[in-house]
Ligand binder design. Structure first.
Ligand code: NDP
Ligand code: HSE
Length: 407
């Protein structure tokens, strides 16, 4: 029998308990032993709930119980999660977590402590919800030099953008529904402003490139300034707006960014809609590999956590080696990245067409049939730095969005 403790009985924590209860036979078989939930820690009481008999409010009960071999941290946030996880590892208990805030901030240290104690710190659910992506980067893709990771890494924002585009919902309704469905972070600003996707790309690129990518150094823009009108322009361009996160290795330099992009309909990420996430990994020899699945939600995420529990159970006294150096990777600024931009101007086209052509050269103008007093245009490829300089010449710009051109 392998005793586990679940810290946090919220969306993911209750999903973990449900999955273990529902699939217990298969899970025990695959673990090679019986998995028993000995404790659930939460701040609240859950009268009449299945966990009532195992519920505790004091973490020390779990820490000081030598029978607990695996701690499942699904509370979220950095503190007290970091303290609880660190203490658990130092006490010789493996930890499985879905908490990307914790992993992005303290991943390499927690992996080192796990290695020093011949146990495991596993975090598959911290990126891409149900999508297996951490494990493939750590095992199946290790033979190749990874050149780029790019994808849709946040389910809430992808759900919001899809509902606004396909159903015509306003932003607030789409966000509220994402919260009701259990997709959003406790503070949804983390989703909307791109911080969550930023932490996830930091985790993936740290694992892919071996050195720590400090999420605080990643240029990050969210979707809070994207409007229904922007989405209509994108539609007119046979495209959709997606929040993309990427990290690229080129000519000896590393670049990382999170921002909304206009993605054309022929691009594989165009049809990734709703809560789904997709991640491209490009290697020098393998070419492109794509991972796709539910990026958030109670049971899909819980399944990824439980798979880590099974792995931890199979390797109780054996560390599964993960290379993530505590040394920081130097990121290069994005001002030299070259791409097209879409720009919206709140003026009559005739009054500034010449100025725009003089500034940006051969642009393509776009207008919406039923919207007057404004127009859009798409530039030819230009560096981010030069674009920002040129844009200063154009009056009454109300929006600019990057165009995605490469996978
Ligand atoms: P919830 O807010 O639904 O659940 C967190 C639970 O932990 C709550 O019941 C909360 O109690 C409890 N909790 C918080 N602090 C403490 C504490 N100090 N001691 C004991 N219990 C505590 O969050 P989620 O389940 O949605 O997310 C959990 C983690 O998983 C987060 O890191 C999140 O980013 C990540 N994640 C979430 C996904 C999703 O789809 N929801 C997908 C992938 C990852 P109370 O409510 O009383 O504060
Ligand atoms: N809030 C996150 C999202 C949960 O929407 O993607 C999954 O990490």
């Amino acid at each position: 029998m392998i005793n586990i403790a679940v810290l946090g009985y919220g969306t993911v924590g209750s999903g973990v308990v449900e999955v273990i209860d529902k699939n217990n036979e298969a899970i025990d078989m695959k673990s090679g032993d019986k998995i028993r939930i000995k404790y659930v820690l939460d701040l609240r009481d859950f009268p009449g709930d299945r966990v009532e008999s195992v519920l505790v409010h004091d973490f020390d009960v779990i820490l000081n119980d030598p029978e607990v071999k695996i701690v499942v941290e699904v509370m979220g946030g950095v503190e007290p999660a970091y303290t609880f996880v660190r203490k658990s590892l130092l006490a010789g208990k493996s930890v499985c977590t879905s908490n990307k805030e914790l992993v992005a901030a303290h991943g390499p240290e927690l992996i080192r402590i796990a290695r020093e104690n011949s146990i495991n710190f596993l975090f598959e659910a911290s990126v891409g919800g149900a999508i297996p992506v951490i494990r493939p980067i750590n095992s199946s893709l290790t033979a190749d030099r990874i050149l780029e990771i790019k994808g849709i890494l946040n389910g809430t924002t992808n759900y919001i953008l899809t509902q606004m585009d396909v159903e015509g919902w306003d932003f607030d309704k789409a966000l509220r529904t994402a919260q009701d469905l259990g997709y959003a972070e406790r503070n949804p600003e983390a989703d909307i402003e791109g911080y969550d996707a930023c932490r996830k790309i930091a985790i993936l690129s740290s694992l892919a490139f071996g050195h720590n990518v400090n999420y605080e150094n990643i240029y990050t823009e969210g979707i809070s300034k994207i409007t229904a009108t922007d989405i209509r322009y994108a539609k007119k361009m046979k495209s959709a707006i997606k929040l993309l996160a990427s990290c690229t290795y080129e000519d000896g330099k590393y670049y990382a960014m999170v921002a909304p992009f206009i993605v054309r309909s022929s691009h594989p990420l165009y049809s990734v809609s709703g809560v789904y996430n997709a991640i491209f990994v490009r290697g020098s020899q393998i070419g492109d590999v794509m991972f796709y699945g539910s990026g958030a939600g109670k049971l899909p995420t819980a399944c990824a956590v439980v798979a880590d529990i099974v792995d931890a159970a199979k390797h109780l006294d054996k560390h599964i080696y993960t290379f993530w150096s505590e040394e920081n990777l130097q990121l290069t600024g994005t001002e030299n990245a070259t791409r097209k931009f879409f720009v919206r101007v709140k003026k009559d086209r005739a009054s500034c067409e010449k100025l725009i052509k003089d500034t940006f050269g051969d642009v393509k103008f776009i207008e919406l049939d039923d919207v007057s007093g404004e127009f859009g245009f798409v530039t030819t490829p230009v560096t981010e730095g030069s674009f920002n300089e040129k844009l200063k010449n154009i009056p009454d710009v109300c929006q600019s969005i990057r165009l995605e051109s490469r996978i």
